[in-house]
Design a binder for this molecule. Structure first.
Ligand SMILES: Cc1ncc(C[n+]2csc(CCOP(=O)(O)OP(=O)(O)O)c2C)c(N)n1
Length: 833
């Protein structure tokens, strides 16, 4: 092997160089640029790109060329660690290890015939065939083989539509007749308005590797939205690893497959890649496979990415990329082993770019000859890979081909006789104690905590270790919190949260909380980590409550919404015992994660029957901070709400927040919870709570008005404006207006709302008051419901005028608007809604 490793640009070889030096330069150039001239052109439409530093003659050139410009193109010279570069070079420059060609051939035949039988039996039905990249199956076989050798017991697989049915059958071991059953569409009545298409659902099975190891394989359910599943798979892997403990990262291997167009184009994947090596998110390396067919629907690579390869984004980090020609299965298998071993050796992400072609149109109902006539003329004459490979290795597989075809045809017939859709999955055992589906009152549990326990937790939360230098502002806060915990001053929101998490941790509920600047809190309200002013060392009091407490992870996230929320949703899917919370910096930014909210959090249970108890903390409130620091878009969450799929709440006091968080963990019902959290209300005196409030039994979905009896009018609000209304009422010395807080918007608390209204039997009207413009907030949702529950009283609303943007950019305009809003709320003559 040429000398390893000068990491500098290679220079053109000069004639006077000594042969040793010349050889070493040639190797260096090929290690760096060889992948550009590698043979990665499966059907003659992806010609090598010539590079001037790749000399064709002279000492070492031919040898280096053979190693680096064959059917494997290795991009690794961007890795900053010389040991990693050397590790890869050593393996690429060593003779290719022997591979089990019979096993490869068997897998190729199976992959191809499954598609062919589907094609012949269900002509014109979309299946997103794998043909053209069938080498994916032997590739995954090898990756899992290495995983077994390395001691893994589980693999989390994520992928989009392409070849998914094949991966389900060959890798997740879903029985073939169940794959066919998806095409029979039996029992449609069982999924009216629910369920998902066959190429999106998940699968769970056991894979037996070549060396006899058994691996549980989980193929993650995913939506059509390409790449959205990436962070979810990572979060799921992290949860499974956390459950296992110290050996977790070795025991669970995440494998994520990507389309080439999606890999190059979708931002959520870039966000996810950035999580790879962070303490808060690492899974000890994800193995990525780009199932690269050099086309995206009808669009060619030159229109899809500014770089030669779809994979280039990965190079922003220390991640090697192995391009491999999918028409050379031996090379594919070699790369699979190399990449998987690299993951285990360095706990690093690694990318395999499996470059093949697409035999049919994007789906089987598309005619690709309309947009790529030349390419598809060539593909039409190109034999399936198993035929090419059988010839190459001198095998005679006719008998196996007939036997496998017959096997699939039998399975297809069996599917036709099924009356019910086969169970697609079973939730792991740790879900057995938790319920999903509809809400019912029997799910409720008490969440109150007596003052004695609060005082104990407060002690641990407010005493930093000896010699720890606390910032003077934080020291003062800790003193105040100590008083709060002793009942000497009201408990504020920040401390109520700490107490909720602290008491849960002591009761055995693990906590994971992440978000931008979450450790301190955007509004300097949390201070979950104390920072030593002398050393910057951090200390998390919630991690030091008791020796037998549950684990507590509180992290600042990266500046990402989609990636980070997707991760936490994934984590919650595999850790129902934990309270998993994701916090937006301002609720306004949650729309950066809209796909995760729409496709997973809101619809996941309906589509896939997969529950989650993830919590979203979304700071919300109109405070004159402009259009992007006001609204978490209550209206959008309410629009997504149906069939008890989520809970949407806005706690009006610290105690309500305390009970809400505890309720989420202690109830056996696992359901996403969206919490509109306070900003200025964090410090609003009326939003603080007496310590006795923490001891009361439960969260109140509707907070009645204790101060007013037999009111003439009832104002109902949610969030900060309710407190402002109460202040305004005092200012006006009004004693005839009751002000109720609707702290739970969804599921709508009908009984509590009716009871709170009926408490004021003589009230003449019910008024919904919101800060949000008329086209936003809860208005559209709540009015019809209030009309049904108001006992025949007229219902009207007070709100800002409809507006294209959520809030004004002027603090003074905001004040004027807010004042008008409050005035209107106390005016009895406002006409219709
Ligand atoms: C976020 C998103 N945008 C657009 C689409 C529509 N769409 C479905 S497949 C596809 C092409 C994907 O190409 P590629 O990633 O290369 O995968 P392939 O289908 O070629 O395997 C497009 C644009 C989608 N599903 N998701």
């Amino acid at each position: 092997m040429a000398e390893l490793f000068h990491v500098k640009q290679s220079h053109a070889v000069k004639a006077k160089d000594a042969p040793g030096e010349e050889r070493s330069r040639a190797f260096e150039a090929y290690r760096r640029w060889g992948y550009l001239e590698a043979d990665l052109d499966p059907v003659g439409f992806f010609a090598p790109q010539r590079h001037p530093e790749l000399v064709q003659t002279g000492a070492g050139a031919a040898e280096a060329r053979k190693l680096y410009c064959g059917t494997i193109g290795t991009e690794f010279m961007h890795l900053t660690d010389p040991a990693r570069r050397a590790w890869i070079a050593e393996r690429i420059e060593a003779p290719a290890p022997a591979v089990d060609q019979q096993r490869i051939l068997e897998r190729l035949i199976r992959a191809d015939l499954l598609e062919q039988v589907l094609q012949s039996r269900y002509l014109g039905t979309k299946r997103f065939s794998l043909e053209g990249v069938t080498a994916l199956i032997p590739l995954l076989d090898t990756v899992l083989d290495v995983a077994g050798e390395e001691g893994s017991a589980q693999a989390i697989l994520a992928m989009s539509h392409r070849g998914r049915l094949n991966v389900m059958a060959q890798i997740a071991n879903k029985p073939a007749h169940e794959v066919f059953a998806g095409f029979e569409d039996v029992d449609p009545r069982s999924v009216l308005g629910a369920g998902d298409v066959k190429y999106h659902v998940g699968a769970t099975g056991e894979y037996r590797t070549a060396s006899g190891a058994k691996l549980n394989v989980h193929l993650v359910s995913n939506p059509s939205h390409l790449e959205a599943v990436d962070p979810v798979a990572m979060g799921r892997a992290r949860a499974k690893q956390t459950r296992i403990g110290a050996e977790g990262r070795r025991a669970v291997l995440p494998v994520v497959m990507h389309g080439d167009a999606a890999f190059a184009g979708q931002g959520i994947w870039a966000e996810t890649l950035n999580l790879a090596d962070l303490e808060a998110y690492t899974v000890g390396g994800t193995l990525h496979v780009i199932v690269n067919n050099l086309i995206g629907f009808t669009t060619r690579p030159a229109q899809l990415h500014s770089s030669r390869f779809a994979s280039d984004l990965a190079k922003r980090q220390d991640v090697p990329v192995f391009h491999v020609n999918a028409e050379d299965p031996d090379a594919v298998v070699r790369v699979g082993r190399l990449a998987a071993e690299y993951r285990y050796e360095f706990s690093s992400d690694v990318v395999i770019d499996l470059i093949g072609y697409r035999r049919h149109g994007h789906s089987e109902v598309d005619d690709p000859t309309i947009t790529q006539p030349l390419l598809y003329r060539r593909i039409k004459d190109h034999p399936p890979l198993w035929q090419i490979y059988a010839e190459r290795i001198g095998a005679e597989p006719a008998e196996r081909v007939s036997a496998i075809r017959a096997e699939y045809e039998r399975a297809q017939k069996e599917a036709g006789t099924l009356k019910k859709i086969p169970l697609l999955h079973e939730l792991p055992g740790y879900w057995s104690e938790y319920k999903r589906g509809r809400y019912d009152a029997s799910l409720e549990v008490d969440t109150g905590v007596p003052p004695g326990t609060i005082a104990e937790v407060t002690g641990a939360l407010t005493r930093p270790p000896a010699g720890f230098h606390v910032h003077p502002k934080v020291a003062k806060l800790l003193e105040q919190r100590a008083d709060m915990g002793q009942g000497k001053r009201p408990v504020d929101f920040g401390f109520a949260e700490a107490l909720a998490l602290g008491t849960l941790l002591l009761e055995g509920t693990p906590v994971r909380l992440t978000g931008q600047d979450t450790r301190r809190g955007t509004f300097s309200q949390r201070h979950a980590a104390l920072v030593n002013t002398e050393t910057e060392e951090e200390y998390l009091p919630l991690q030091h409550l008791a020796a037998d407490q549950a684990f507590c992870e509180i992290y600042n996230s990266t500046l990402s919404e989609a990636g980070c929320l997707g991760f936490e949703y994934g984590f919650s899917r595999d850790f129902p015992e934990a309270l998993v919370l994701w916090e937006a910096q301002f609720g306004d930014f949650v729309n950066g994660a809209q796909v995760i909210v729409d496709q997973f959090i809101s619809a996941g249970e309906d589509k896939w029957d997969l529950p989650s108890g993830v919590v979203l903390l979304l700071p919300h409130g109109f405070e004159g901070q402009g259009p992007e620091h006001s609204s978490a878009r209550i209206e959008r969450f309410l629009q997504l709400a149906a069939e008890d799929n989520v809970q949407i709440c806005q706690p009006s006091t610290a105690a309500q927040y305390f009970h809400l968080l505890r309720r989420q963990a202690r109830r056996p019902w696992r359901k996403p919870l969206v919490v509109f959290t306070p900003k200025s209300m964090l410090r609003h005196p009326e939003a603080s709570s007496a310590i006795a409030e923490l001891a009361r039994p439960r969260f109140l979905p509707v907070v009645p008005d204790a101060g007013i009896e037999d009111a003439q009018r009832i104002l109902i609000a949610t969030g900060k404006v309710g407190h402002e209304l109460r202040v305004e009422r005092r200012r006006r010395k009004d004693t005839s207006t009751a002000i109720l807080f609707l702290d739970q918007l969804y599921p709508v608390p009908r009984a509590e709302l009716t009871a709170a209204i009926e408490q004021h039997a003589h009230a003449r009207e019910v008024v919904w008051v919101q800060e949000e413009p008329a086209n936003m907030g809860a208005l559209f949702y709540i009015l019809p419901r209030l009309e049904r529950l108001s006992g025949g009283r007229p219902v009207r609303s007070v709100k800002r005028s409809a507006s294209a943007s959520p809030a004004t950019g002027s603090a003074k305009a905001h004040e004027l608007e807010q004042k008008t809003l409050l005035t209107l709320a106390f005016t009895t003559t406002t006409p219709k809604n």
